[in-house]
Design a binder for this molecule. Structure first.
Ligand code: ATP
Ligand code: MG
Length: 268
């Protein structure tokens, strides 16, 4: 039965999509069956998996509104070796159209639960807003992974996100918990990065993942080739960090691993 995690942070450009795509590919490389749900109308995760968002016949929008089934809409990422429920700008309309529907917060959950047995991990890439789409992601998930940059303003936004997660936990999804904070685009030479990082550890304790993802240009280049960074350049420091993060996740959630992570061969 799949573990379902939402990758969320309402702040834009903090590495949600990079984290979702690279975690999905790293998990898939260990033999885990993975579904990535792109819940962002920007469709960045879709493109980053090598799927053309402009050519979708159906995607998460149609599935949320009951116009297509998940098996019809999902596609296989050849580069990442996992399934993707893709998105494009159509999804922006779902925000408005779902307001009219009963059970609007639970639409994604209902869909994913029906297919949970087909996967080991389902990862949801949320948009940069605490919107109805993000609420759907949080209602469908058992856990939230929060990528964050270790900079001054990062902590300000964090309390809004934590409050939203608490509200969803209280009112809509008792299973929801914060799995952890992932430090991304980390610069070990910056004093500020180190201070914020230490503050996070002091405040959130073991909710801060041990793995830190450094700023690494190969991770930023990979999406333009339609590839996860861990496939595009497996030996880069950024890729190695995401592979280590996947190890941390698998160890934490004890899904059986069919091939050891240390020896994984990623297709290129
Ligand atoms: P949005 O809020 O718009 O959805 P996001 O939180 O999903 O953004 P990403 O798209 O993953 O963030 O990353 C923002 C930008 O930073 C992208 O150009 C991405 O390639 C780059 N980036 C992400 N992580 C790293 C990293 N560790 N090193 C260098 N560049 C990175
Ligand atoms: Mg994104």
């Amino acid at each position: 039965m799949a573990k379902i995690f939402a990758v969320a942070n309402q702040k834009g450009g903090v590495g949600k999509t990079t984290t979702t795509v690279n975690l999905a590919a790293s998990l898939a490389a260990t033999g885990q069956r993975v579904l990535l749900v792109d819940l962002d109308p920007q469709g960045n995760a879709t493109m980053g998996c090598g799927i053309d968002k402009r050519a979708l016949k159906s995607g998460v929008y149609q599935v949320l509104l009951g116009l297509a089934s998940l098996p019809t809409a999902r596609q296989y990422s050849e580069t990442g070796k996992f399934d993707v429920l893709p998105a494009n700008r159509d999804l922006a309309g779902a925000e408005i159209e779902m307001v009219e529907l009963d059970d609007r917060e639970m639409r994604l959950k209902r869909i994913l639960v029906a297919h949970q047995h087909e996967y080991d991990f389902i990862l949801i890439d949320c948009p940069p807003a605490l919107s109805m789409l993000t609420i759907n992601g949080l209602c469908a998930a058992q856990g939230v992974i929060i990528p964050m940059q270790c900079e001054y303003y990062a902590l300000e936004g964090l309390s809004d996100l934590v409050n939203t997660i608490k509200q969803v936990h209280r009112n809509l999804n008792r299973d929801l918990e914060i799995i952890g904070l992932l430090r991304v685009m980390f610069d070990p030479r910056s004093t500020l990065s180190q201070q914020v990082s230490a503050q996070l550890e002091a405040h959130f304790g073991d909710k801060v993942f041990k793995t830190m993802v450094p700023r690494n240009v190969r991770l930023a280049e990979a999406p333009s080739y339609g590839m996860p960074g861990v496939v595009f350049d497996k030996s880069s420091k950024g890729a190695q960090a995401y592979i280590a993060f996947a190890v941390e996740m698998v160890e934490r959630f004890r899904q059986p691993v069919s091939s050891p992570l240390s020896s994984i061969e990623l297709a290129s």
